[in-house]
Design a protein around this ligand. Sequence first.
Ligand code: PMP
Length: 375
Amino acid sequence: MAFGWIDEQAELRRRAGLVRTLRPRPADSPLLDLASNDYLGLTRHPEVVEGAAAAARTWGGGATGSRLVTGTTELHTTLERELAEFCGFEAALVLSSGYAANLAAVTALAPHGSLIVSDAGNHASLIDGCRLARGTTQVIGHADPEGARKALGTHDGPAVVVSDTVFSVDGDAAPLAGYARACREHGAGLLVDDAHGLGVLGEGGRGAPHAAGLAGADDVVTTLTLSKSLGSQGGAVLGPARVIDHLVNAARTFIFDTGLAPAAAGSALAALRLLRREPERAARARAVAAELHARLTAAGLEAVPPDAAVVSVRAPSPEQAVRWAADCRSAGLAVGCFRPPSVPDGISRLRLTARGDLSEAQIEQAVRVIDATRP
Ligand code: PMP
């Protein structure tokens, strides 16, 4: 039977208790949210919502075409200019998602005959970029500048080191300075994904490359998502203007994709302007993360020290992680649950978002529920 193998896979998943299901989220959910990526709590901010609504009124419900045909509005170009300025890069290119931005950047920067050196903890979208690219990929250890140096030393020709700035599963930060040094020793480029750094790390949330003194360098490119701290949807690649021009001409997920919806560009732009006006939002998200971690650790839970706004709590097994997250939900708390095969190291964990807009009482409530429902 066609697709018969799907049923076999489904049965294996069912037996392992690892079936994933989609659950619509009510607009007025009573749950305390530590599961979303709305790091700064901006997605429902009136200015962000109005940014989307005004853009839709002016430009319509969609971009109407690819960026190179009819899909570029002045909102897109303004957003690109302001994103680049804010994060300290020369130029930016907005795409329809962070996923598409990573596919675009990796494929465009790794031509035939090149080497891609990829951190073992990288996000799926960077991994898929490596799979799509014409260059050869060498996966190094997690947070391993020495591994990068060795890999680069074996290759003659163009090379790029690819890493998340903040790893999405454990919330730990990459050794950006070490990666940059290894790249510079070998004349390689550095491509980092700052999905979890923008809005949280660096002065006023300018991101991890800015914090590491790497923003604007002629050998550094960063990708972003507009869907986390900026509370919108979409992605971007930031870097030297000549790299961005190259992407416009060579990146297939840019060229053949419909432009970002104007409403998404409008809300991202509103959120970016809010962040520029209220830089304390970034520090507050970091402070909430530190407090969550301290309280969880004090309760005897095993939590990874957070480098940004993701707090990861170890669970003894995938089944217990799933049950723990479900019990939290029954007690009014939404948390993320990461388990195999989403985590290559096989370690299951709850993933908490230290939203900058959480109150002291909410932090306390979250820790109380996680502690009371522990396996
Ligand atoms: N990179 C990282 C590190 C991410 O966590 C995500 C989103 N989960 C993405 C890229 C993809 O971004 P988007 O959701 O905008 O496609």
